[in-house]
Design a protein around this ligand. Sequence first.
Ligand code: H2B
Length: 93
Amino acid sequence: MKKLSEAEIQDELQSLPGWEYADNALHTGFEFENFKEAFTIMTRIAFEAEKLDHHPDWSNVYNQLHISLYTHTEDGVTEKDIALAKIINDLVS
Ligand SMILES: C[C@H](O)[C@H](O)[C@H]1CNC2=NC(N)=NC(=O)C2=N1
């Protein structure tokens, strides 16, 4: 899986509302009604991440969820991060 250039990442971000590129990774944040809603989405994301064999760096505090996507093996953002970001946006919307 090839590391994407910054230009390629910015191009992909056009179709990823809510995501930004910083510090060599993609980042987003969501706020839910409560902890149960946040954790339900996290569970759905976890199953999709397992299918892709690609896993988010994330943190959850009550109803807030912050997610960063990064490909450790390539030390940067790859198509797998873009694919997972799209799945996450679809699950949350
Ligand atoms: C061995 C296994 O395929 C790797 O560790 C996978 C698993 N999940 C991963 N997730 C992420 N975000 N980056 C990786 O490089 C990565 N590598």
